[in-house]
Design a protein around this ligand. Structure first.
Ligand code: FAD
Length: 427
């Protein structure tokens, strides 16, 4: 299949933003025009801070313009696991913060009138095996303790909503929803500019130096000096931001999308504006877009040939789950997800005037947007102890990440065999 990104195809005109072509100064520089960087720039500019954002490609060139558009509440780890890792008080606050992250997304969309096909139809996590149901039950109980009443759906209810009997039950989280990911990113960019932030595209930061009390950022045609540097480059981090690269495993996730499906199909499957990501270790996620195209995604693979195999596997998965779908597959694309060792995001302040935020483990639509606001809070005087996420002195290094990166071409097929033998649950 020729690779064409559905979101690029349907987002309309790109924002005409210039590259950085001169020497400038700013109070705060944000590197990365994805959700975290844009949300940080927006919230900082709204509070009267002088912000310049530098993006290597166009707005949403990274995962923000490629993802599934599922606005998923919570962290990749369940609330009790977060408590075990980050401690009782901090863990609960972080879980509650991530559970409420979709509220911020839908609030920003309403406040800034961002036209991005937003639907708050809830997020469904269907159980791919009967053995996954206890994990979902525990998840519902843990969220209930935090005041969020999620529901467990029976096998029959899931079959009714999704139009497939492939699943054994599901967790329904009313807090979630979906949107057009690239339109949302561009809307955030417009809002940030309206609030006074300066945004530059096609301005990859090639070099970062300490300069006096601040920083000097070098792009191919310009230079920016700033007092504070915020790096939101996530899975697309390269050599200029080595601290991040050493802490994450960038993994491909791929999607395919059909031509608009007939109304009769849309009435039967994945109904009521729902979006879903199942419980497999190598999860499958799916939904309809605003024009009725069926969009399904899952694990990617390394290299062009690997991606083509992954697209073919998605077509087979779609047929197995929903035999009534018209197989008019027209779009296929992929992007990088940043995994961290403990599956939790990281916010780090390795030295004064430097903030790093990354590692949303495939849940960044809501979480990275909300983390952008946390970055703004930190830079406008909130003490680390009062933030909902812990601020690490040093980002948490993942010692095996380089080896895992190297073995990724092998890891894909091995994980596929393991998945077939024993599909893991509860992710
Ligand atoms: C295929 C796919 C499907 C996904 N589906 C979902 C989903 O349905 N729901 C969900 O919640 N999450 C999903 N995610 C994850 C989500 O998209 C990410 O967590 C989120 O986009 C992270 O936001 P970010 O701003 O940190 O990073 P990004 O959006 O990746 O932005 C980082 C930006 O930094 C820029 N950059 C990098 N280096 C430099 C440099 N040196 N100079 C200047 N700019 C630089 C990049 O060009 C990029 O635009 C998915 C991801 C992928 C890839």
């Amino acid at each position: 299949m020729t690779e064409t990104n559905l979101w690029q195809w349907t987002a309309g005109e790109a924002l005409a933003l210039p590259p950085l072509e001169d020497r400038r100064q700013a109070e705060i520089a944000v590197v990365g025009g994805g959700y975290a960087g844009l949300s940080a720039a927006l919230h900082l500019a709204e509070r009267g801070r002088e912000v310049v954002l530098l993006e290597a490609g166009g707005i949403g060139a990274g995962a923000a313009g490629r993802n599934g558009g599922q606005v998923i509440p919570g962290l990749k780890q369940d609330p009790e696991a977060v408590e075990r890792i980050w401690g009782p008080g901090r863990g609960i606050r972080a879980a509650a913060f991530a559970g409420a992250a979709p509220d911020l997304v839908f609030e920003l969309i309403a406040r800034h009138r961002i036209a991005c096909d937003a639907v708050r139809g809830g997020w469904l996590q269907p159980a791919a095996a009967p053995g996954h149901l206890p994990t979902l039950e525990r998840r519902v109980a843990q969220w209930a303790r935090l005041g969020a009443s999620l529901r467990l759906l029976s096998r029959a209810e899931v079959a009714e909503r999704l139009g497939t009997d492939a699943y054994h039950g599901a967790l329904f989280d009313f807090r979630g929803g979906s949107l057009h990911p690239l339109k949302f990113a561009r809307g955030l960019a417009r809002a940030a500019m309206a609030a006074g932030a300066r945004l530059f595209c096609r301005s990859p930061v090639r070099k970062i130096d300490r300069s006096g009390d601040g920083w000097r950022l070098v792009t191919p045609r310009g230079e920016l000096r700033c007092g504070v540097l915020v790096c939101c480059t996530n899975a697309y981090s390269g050599p200029p931001v080595p601290e991040v690269s050493r802490c994450i495993l960038p993994l491909w996730s791929v999607q395919i999308a059909s031509e608009p499906q007939p109304a009769a199909v849309r009435e039967r499957i994945v109904r009521d504006g729902i979006c879903a990501s199942d419980t497999r270790r190598l999860l499958t996620y799916f939904r309809f877009d605003a024009e009725g195209r069926f969009v399904i995604g899952g694990r990617g693979a390394v290299g062009e040939r690997g991606r083509q195999r992954a697209f073919a596997a998605l077509r087979r998965r779609a047929r197995a789950l929903f035999p009534d779908l018209e197989p008019s597959w027209r779009f296929a694309w992929g992007g990088l997800v940043a995994l961290t060792e403990n599956r939790l995001p990281q916010l780090a302040e390795p030295e004064p005037g430097l903030l790093l935020a990354f590692g949303y483990n495939g849940r960044g639509v809501a979480l990275a947007t909300a983390t952008g606001r946390v970055l703004a809070d930190r830079l406008t005087g909130t003490e680390p102890a009062d933030l909902p996420l812990p601020v690490l002195g040093r980002p948490r290094f993942w010692p095996h990440a380089p080896l895992l990166r190297w073995s990724l071409p092998l890891a894909g097929p091995v994980a596929g065999w393991v998945e077939r033998l024993r599909p893991a649950g509860g992710r």
